[in-house]
Ligand binder design. Structure first.
Ligand code: GLA
Length: 385
C-alpha cells in the first residue's frame, strides 16, 4: 500500500479510495475539502483554556448564529485536550473532556463536525501527549469517537525532511485505514516548501507560515506574504495562512475586513478563532458576509494573486468559476488613499460591471479602470464581470 505502484485496495470502502499520483496510493474521499474547510478552532481565543463546555458553546453558536448557514461546519479542538495513554497505549482525553464520543455526538446532532489536534512528535506544542509511535491506534480512536478533522502539528517531531514527509504520510494512511472521512490538516509552519509535497502526503491543507496573532502587522505580513503560492492550491489541497483572528478585539473593523477579504481571495481555510458565544453583530457580519464567503468557496478553487503594487497599495485578483473576477483594492498605508484597479491588470476586457461586496451595492459599468478611496489598513472588495 505504500509503494509507487498505483495499487488500489478494492474493498467496501473502495468508493472512498482512489488511485492518485505515483507516490500516493491511498487518498480519502475526493469530496473532502473540495472547497477550503470552514469552521471554528479553539486556539486563537482559548488556547489551553479549552474544555468540553467551551466546545459545546462554540457548536451552539455556529448552529444558531447564522455561521452554519454561511458554510461554517467544523468545530475544532486544538491543543490541550490530551490526557495519558491507558495500558494498551490508547490515548485518553484529559479531565476537561470527560466524554469525547458524547461531545462528537452533540456536535453532530447540530449538523456540524468535530475536529481534533495531535502531533507526529512525542509531545504536542503545549507539552501534551503526541501521536509518535501510536499513529494507527490514535487514528482508530479518533474514528471511534467520531472525529472528522485532524490538525497534525509538528511540535516536538525530530528528523530530516524525508522523515517528516514519512511521518505525515503515516498518519494520513492511518486515517484512511479507518474508513472514516477525516480532513487532514498539516501544521509545520511552512518549512521545507510544504506546499510542494503537502498533496503527496494526503494533506488537505498545510500551514504556510508560523502563527498568526490578533495584530494588523502580523496578519498582513502573513496574508500579503502568500503571493506566489497560488500555483500550489487546488480543490482538496489548500495553502493555510493560519486561522482567523476576526473578533478577537485587537484589530479595527477595517483591518478585520482586510483579513477576511484577503483570506477569501486566497481561497484560505476559514477557521474562526474568536469566542463565538460573545461576538458582536459587526464581527458576525464580517465572518458571514455571503458575497465574500462565496469567493472563498468558489468551486473553481483558484487561489487569488497580486496583480499590481504601488508602494503600500496592492491589487489582488481571484478568478471565479462563472468567468468573473473578484478584485481586492488594499491600502496598507497609514492614511486614506485612492487605489486603482486597471482592467488590463485584472483581465476583464475594456469595460466591466462592478459590485461592491462589503457595501452590497451595484456600482454600474466602468471602462478601463476602477478607483476607490480606501481607508488606512482597509480594502474595497469588488466583483467585476
Ligand atoms: C502551534 C500551532 C498553533 C497551535 C499551537 C498549540 O503553535 O501553530 O496553531 O496549534 O501550536 O499548542
Amino acid at each position: 500500500m505504500h509503494s509507487n505502484t498505483r495499487t488500489c485496495r478494492l474493498s467496501v470502502v473502495a468508493a472512498y479510495i482512489i488511485c492518485f499520483l505515483p507516490g500516493i496510493v491511498l487518498a480519502q474521499d475526493p469530496t473532502i475539502a473540495a472547497t477550503p474547510p470552514m469552521g471554528w478552532n479553539s486556539w486563537n481565543h482559548f488556547a489551553c483554556k479549552v474544555n468540553d463546555q467551551v466546545v459545546r458553546a462554540a457548536a451552539d453558536a455556529v448552529a444558531s448564529s447564522g455561521m452554519k448557514a454561511a458554510g461554517y461546519v467544523y468545530v475544532n479542538i486544538d491543543d490541550c485536550w490530551e490526557g495519558k495513554r491507558d495500558e494498551q497505549g490508547n490515548i485518553r482525553a484529559n479531565e476537561k473532556f470527560p466524554d469525547m464520543k458524547g461531545l462528537a455526538d452533540y456536535v453532530h446532532s447540530q449538523g456540524l463536525k468535530l475536529g481534533i489536534y495531535s502531533s507526529p512528535g512525542p509531545k504536542t506544542c503545549a507539552g501534551y501527549e503526541g501521536s509518535f509511535g501510536h499513529e494507527e491506534q490514535d487514528a482508530q480512536t479518533y474514528a471511534a469517537w467520531g472525529i472528522d478533522y485532524l490538525k497534525y502539528d509538528y511540535c516536538s517531531f525530530k528528523g530530516d525532511v524525508p522523515a517528516q514527509i514519512a511521518a505525515y504520510k503515516k498518519m494520513h494512511d492511518a486515517l484512511v485505514n479507518t474508513g472514516r472521512p477525516i480532513v487532514f490538516s498539516l501544521c509545520q509552519y511552512g518549512m521545507d516548501r510544504v506546499w510542494a509535497w503537502g498533496p503527496s502526503v494526503g494533506g488537505n491543507l498545510w500551514r504556510t507560515t508560523d502563527d498568526i496573532s490578533d495584530d494588523y502587522d502580523r496578519m498582513s505580513y502573513i496574508g500579503f506574504g502568500q503571493a506566489g503560492l497560488e500555483r500550489f492550491a487546488a480543490p482538496g489541497h489548500w495553502n493555510d495562512p493560519d486561522m482567523l483572528e476576526v473578533g478577537n478585539g485587537k484589530m479595527k473593523p477595517d483591518e478585520y475586513r482586510t483579513h477576511m477579504s484577503l483570506w477569501c481571495l486566497l481561497a484560505a481555510p476559514l477557521l474562526a478563532g474568536n469566542d463565538l458565544s460573545k461576538m458582536s453583530a459587526e464581527t458576525l457580519a464580517i465572518l458571514t458576509n455571503p458575497e465574500v464567503i462565496a469567493l472563498d468557496q468558489d468551486h473553481a478553487g483558484v487561489q487569488g494573486y497580486r496583480v499590481a503594487q504601488e508602494g503600500p497599495l496592492e491589487v489582488w485578483v481571484k478568478p471565479l468559476a462563472d468567468g468573473s473576477k473578484a478584485v481586492g483594492l488594499f491600502n496598507r498605508g497609514e492614511s486614506k488613499m485612492p487605489v486603482t484597479g486597471y482592467f488590463r491588470d485584472v483581465g476583464v476586457g475594456e469595460s466591466a460591471t462592478l459590485r461592491d461586496l462589503w457595501a452590497h451595492k451595484d456600482l454600474g459599468v466602468f471602462k478601463d479602470a476602477f478607483t476607490a478611496e480606501v481607508p488606512t489598513h482597509g480594502v474595497v472588495l469588488v466583483k467585476m464581470k
